[in-house]
Design a binder for this molecule. Structure first.
Ligand code: ZN
Length: 424
């Protein structure tokens, strides 16, 4: 037998496993059924000789008695010591949304695809990694090193109750784990080397309330915000658009610095739709925006922050009565693994062997849990590789192709053979 043949033979098992995972609705928010999915994985992996640990991320955002943040880390040691390959998948899924023609938690099979929320993002990838590991262990029970499989919480809401917590507890210490593969849906023939960084902040401009008929007696915070937006349009956006990255980000439009203005609120609170009255005449004394700045591996968080601050400080110099407050909301670092890193070269060769052509290298416009493995774990030898189409993530009628899962399980199995069998 070969690992590849064993995976072919496990096709029905792979389908069933994916369906079982989809049928546990791990919606986040609020973080439902995390314990249930960990218990399910616990049972499955222990049956295949893994030792398991269930870890609750006490005190992390959203963790409560009602919605505890449970994670599982399973480990199978080989007959001899060696390196450890860790497959990390998040178990949470985003809300269902409108427009489904399939039951989002039914796991229906139709036309070679399995449908459901989380099918591609990323329960199909989790199932593929489990099948790959099981097939490898059956074929090579005396392998050297160790395989770890984790199922972690809250990736969709930042990963603080999942991978970040585990990294803080030392689970991604490079002395213990040498290779990390995250089976996010990046397509079976692509290797995702990393992702851009992000910085989120709220900017408030301040004014002074007065009667709307005599605005000169007050100070309009919305006009001050208009000046901020004008600075962004004339200076920041052109500067960002001129900054390109070496990172192979897809889609192409994200190969530069970008910024979304998430929201704007100024002046009187909006009334409910059934309110039939007229607004009172007031000069607004506050206007707030939230910005979502995505940055490149060539930029630093300090530069990103300072660039915005400099524009605001410039307005303070030039614009009478300009007052602002900047509140940072969150930030994540960009992460990019080198193409020559062992896990990249190994998976690249495995893709070539299984698919008959070299991989495409990509990077993600948004971030995923690699940021925590990099920054907290200090582990650089990490990629995202898994079946499914990123475009389907978070969409209605999300699905995973069964052949794609089988093929990427074969790639993962081949990678395990390279990393965990004696050389030569
Ligand atoms: Zn995901």
């Amino acid at each position: 037998m070969t690992v590849s043949q064993r995976i072919t033979d496990k096709r029905d098992d792979l389908i069933q496993l994916t369906q079982d995972l989809i049928r546990i609705p791990t919606l986040n928010p609020p973080g439902e059924n995390y314990r249930e999915i960990c218990d399910f994985l616990d049972k499955r992996l222990r049956q295949h000789g893994f030792q398991t640990q269930l870890i609750r991320a006490h005190g992390t955002p959203g963790d409560s008695e009602k919605y505890p943040r449970w994670n599982i880390v399973a480990r199978r040691d080989g007959a001899q010591t060696g390196e450890c390959v860790h497959f990390n998948s998040h178990t949470d899924v985003v809300e269902v949304g409108q427009g489904w023609t399939f039951d989002p938690f039914g796991g229906a099979v139709s036309d070679g695809k399995i449908y459901g929320r989380g099918a591609c993002d990323m329960k199909g990838g989790l199932a593929a990694s489990i099948i790959a590991a099981e097939a490898f262990i059956e074929e090579h029970p005396n392998f050297q090193g160790a395989i770890e499989i984790s199922g972690t919480a809250d990736e969709e809401s930042g990963g603080y109750g999942g991978v970040a917590y585990l990294a803080e507890q030392g689970f991604f210490d490079p002395n213990k784990v040498q290779h990390v593969i995250i089976p996010e849906p990046l397509q079976k023939d692509r290797i995702c080397l990393g992702h851009r960084g992000g910085w989120w902040a709220e900017i408030e401009t301040k004014g002074e309330i007065a009667h709307g008929s005599m605005p000169f007696l007050g100070d309009c915070a919305v006009r001050h915000m208009g000046a901020v937006l004008s600075e962004f349009e004339t200076k920041l956006y052109p500067a960002m658009a001129a900054r390109f990255t070496e990172m192979p980000v897809v889609p192409e439009g994200a190969r530069q610095s970008t910024m979304n203005i998430n929201s704007i609120h100024g002046g009187q609170k909006e009334q409910t739709d059934d309110f039939t009255g007229l607004p009172a005449h007031c000069v607004p004394d506050s206007c707030r925006i939230v910005i979502d700045r995505r940055y490149l591996v060539e930029e630093t968080l300090d530069q990103v922050r300072d660039e915005v601050k400099a524009l605001l400080e410039g307005l303070r110099e030039t614009r009478p009565d300009f007052e602002y407050e900047l509140t940072e909301l969150n930030s994540v670092i960009p992460s990019m693994t080198d193409k020559t890193a062992p896990v990249v070269e190994t998976v690249a060769k495995a893709i070539e062997d299984v698919m008959g052509k070299p991989p495409t290298y990509v990077a993600s416009p948004g971030s995923y849990d690699q940021k925590h493995i990099d920054r907290i774990g200090k582990l650089k030898n990490c990629i995202a590789y898994g079946p499914g189409l990123l475009e389907l993530a978070h969409k209605p009628d999300e699905y995973i192709g069964i052949d794609d899962m089988v093929d990427s399980a074969k790639v993962m199995g081949a990678a395990l053979e390279t990393l965990l069998l004696p050389k030569g």
